[in-house]
Ligand binder design. Sequence first.
Ligand SMILES: Cc1ncc(COP(=O)(O)O)c(C=O)c1O
Length: 440
Amino acid sequence: MAAAPNDLANWWMPFTDNRYFKANPRLLVAAQDMHYTSADGRRILDGTAGLWCVNAGHGREPIVRAIQQQAATLDFAPTFQMGHPLAFQLAARVAGLMPEGLDRVFFTNSGSESVDTALKIALAYWRAKGQGQRTRLIGRERGYHGVGFGGISVGGIVTNRRAFGPGLPGTDHLPHTHDLARNAFSKGQPAHGADLADRLEAIIALHGADTIAAVIVEPLAGSTGVLVPPLGYLERLRAITSAHGILLIFDEVISGFGRLGAATAAERFGVTPDIICLAKGLTNAAVPMGAVAAARHVHDAIVNAPGDAPGIELFHGYTYSAHALACAAGIAAIDLYASDALFERARALEGHWEAALHALKGLPHVIDIRNFGLVAGIELAPRAGAPGARAMDLFRAMFDAGLLIRVTGDIIALSPPLIITADQIDQLVTQLAAGLRQLA
Ligand SMILES: Cc1ncc(COP(=O)(O)O)c(C=O)c1O
């Protein structure tokens, strides 16, 4: 086990209150299955699968072994004008999990890169089809699509945008679907809000469909507090984009790989986009990796464009696209999801998860509980004049009490590894209830 460092100054930490943290550090030194171990030797129940990514639980032996063996066999192979077998194998495995037809897979190293890759593919697609004027990209308020310039431009989180200039030109945003007045304490998909998809018609009327390349949404918005799509909403978005020939991109960086009790949200909701962004659970987070799965027609328009001279079709890629260690981890993770039937397990646990969490209704400050798959959001009333402070207090108290939760604003987001047991769900909810009762 690694010794705790005695100087915390050099590492400029991501999305962290650096000054507070370095005065009050929280250090993790090991992890196995459902638990982290902290530097002071405490076991901490992982209520968040790390950062929505360790879907098969921590330190799983087949993944560890695959990475170790791969590091000793082929550590790195360039993938520009060259290949290695595992990359093709993993692409086939990913394609096998995608909805029918989304079987062309481009590898990246993170969710942010997957989003920027998907947006660039959408632009390149229209150019290849002779409609290069289609450059507008439509996102959604409260959308999180990572931290690249493309992702923050279509994303809808003000704190992630305002320090960084105007972003991409020609973006616009759908309204978010969060509606406490009508949908609070919904179990599963909320009843109200399908009509919010119709706002896309107004955006199309304003800009002209022939200027719009793509619409990108998280089918279930995770990072801004678990916003479950209202019944019928995604279907309407698909119908409108199809009617106007606009590409639909699902950002499934969180919702992919079993989180919603199926390989993808597209499968679970029965709505097929043209492009899917993936990362996180792809390798069970053991090695960084992302991917973009594109429909055949999108891929073929770019790669088999008629009349093009042979040559590189898409001037895009990363040194570490399809990194050998990531491919080994990805194949092992997908094998494990199948052998342990983890997507099915998530689906089977959903009822217990829902009932256990909704039992928190009535506890102090709780103004909403929402859930789908093995995800839940619990919204707290903000403390007057200090938004986010109440949930942050809870996060810190829970960590000290041995439970890892995630908070965003005043919303608690829960997304445990899919190996969680019913007893561990009960334990998680009991600990959370105790924390909520003690909260000022
Ligand atoms: C929906 C979504 N897209 C993109 C990202 C960015 O992924 P990464 O942090 O790997 O760049 C995230 C991360 O949480 C996400 O939830």
